[in-house]
Write a protein that binds this ligand. Sequence first.
Ligand code: IVH
Length: 686
Amino acid sequence: MNSIATEDRAKERAEELRRLLHYHNRRYFVLDDPEISDAEYDRLMQELIELEKKFPGLATPDSPTNRVGSAPLDKFDTISHQVPMLSLDKGFDESDILAFDQRVRRVLKTDEPVYYTVEPKVDGVAVALVYQKGLLVSGATRGDGYTGELITSNIKTIGTVPLVLQQRDGDGIQTPEFLEVRGEVYMNIHDFRVLNQMRMGQGLPLFANPRNASAGSLRQLDSSITAQRPLKMFVYGAGRVDTLNVNSHARAIEILKMLGFPTNPHIDAKIPVEGVIDYFQRIDEMRSSLDYEIDGIVIKVDRYDYHELLGNTSRSPRWAVAVKFKAVQEQTQVNDIIVQVGRTGAITPVAVLEPVSIGGVTVSRATLHNEDELRKKDIRIKDRVLVQRAGDVIPEVVKVISSSRDGTQKVFEMPEQCPACGQRVVRFKDEAATRCINAACPAQLKGNILHFASKGALDIDGLGKKLVDQLVEKKQVKSIADIFRLDVKTLENLERMGRKSAENLVDAIHNSKKIPFSKFLYGLGIRHVGVHAAKLLARHFENIDALAAARKEDIERIEQIGPIMAEAVRAFFDTPENIKTIAEIKQQGLVTIPEKTEKEGSGGLDGISFVLTGTLASMTRKEAAEKIEAAGGNVTGSVSGNTGYVVAGTSPGGKMEQARKKGIPIIDENQFLQLLKDATNGREVP
Ligand code: IVH
């Protein structure tokens, strides 16, 4: 083939790739609703980068290879980044790490080893936070790299983000006049699951993964919604590094940590390229044990003078590279759709998949949640689908690859009978779930017992699925209260049980009889009441009797508890069998420990402990204490590990020295007033 024809073909393909990448950029960055996996996106981008490299005449100024994101949504004010927020070049395996090292040494013209600082690449949302005189003044998303969305009040709701920087004069580290830090806002996998559980209960659409949940939460116009989302942040660098007055990235991270920023605990500093390869393998192996999602590692040349020599391309710095792990989303085929009966009687459709390796784990089933989700995503038997696995989250089908339909696909209908007990199933008008409402359905009882014994509830070690199946089938357990009646004799005669394990289990059951109220409450398996909601309820009601006696309105008044949950709680206690079961459980000796209560109507200083020292100009110490308490905080007389801030007025006493030694942030009167203002969203505090 002659070279003109080849170039023509390349041009066509480049145009197609650009169109696709623009489209997927928008889905990912603006709509928080990606259609293809990160791995597929990377493949498209890599193909375009290579085409443009091979035929430089093809590159266009608006090519996605020059951009790092997508234009911001217009619902927020925008802010231009003083230093563009670039993207990272990507590699995919060990050979790319070696190639990066060679490139770096070639540009630096050195045969000496170059040292790198390496970090997990957390899969969240990039943000930039600006601090002036130690106070947080703005927070923004990356946007298109040059202009981001201003989301300051949302950023301020993130507990791990310092509103005021720690003063470190004692260590010779000065709080910079101006500091812009960059990092990743993310959500723990566990918190993400609880959030989705709550959303499912409230009939709200579910987030596809923790990253989408973080992005969606940060993009709320009402920051009180963001405040309810369990967001966290890791800081990984500064926008203008000169403001930190250091000459290496590792040192910058150390200083950021001392100033009070959350930094990732798995950063390795100043290691040669061989060490980087070990690190890549090590982090990949520990990936599934982390409680947050990472999609690779980031390798950064440690010395800042080298950063200057290496410089940037329009898209990314030449001193850093991201090396990605194998994808956590992959395509496969739906071989069949079956249903499972859960502990609430909910009948969940499940996709039986052509086994596919996702991030090193073989996945052969994925939840389809419920009939509506199934219809919305229009998943049919024999469809090709995109499946994802996030940490220990149950794999799920993200979407159908509709272009792969060939007419052989079959629509799935929900069954009319419960597969566990054969009774007719129902679907209530206002509910997404199809249910088996037979209270005696063995599938539900088994599920209830497993839930009651699970980690978040009574945490009875040894009461697993196989055992529960036998206990229910042999009718030795007919309700959760019966668990407490089990004795060694009954248990040791069951399959796979010996005397010792029977004794251990009886001990474990006995030891579970004194537990925090919230765990018991969670264990009862009341609809919509997950771990988080159980804690909220337990903080307001001292014990099960108080909750059982509460009116729906009393329950609904609790912050974050909506009418649907309040209704479900009421319905649970209005069911005579449940009251009977609870009475039996109590009779068997179960006692609950009341949860710590929280003041109602508190503000943004919830649970933060203050120590006041010295004289304040604008108010007395007593007035300051009242304002702190009104915003949900508390004031103590001495500095301890639990102290959040020390407020230092003029002529402060020894408390300031104690705080400095313990590394507790010390704030002056202006910073204190600012904090109060932020905590109350500008509301006047009495
Ligand atoms: S450094 C100019 N370090 O990865 C380089 N980025 O394409 C700035 N990310 O969304 C990025 N963990 O927010 C860096 N330890 C880390 C990171 C990290 C996650 C994200 C970053 C951006 C993407 C870069």
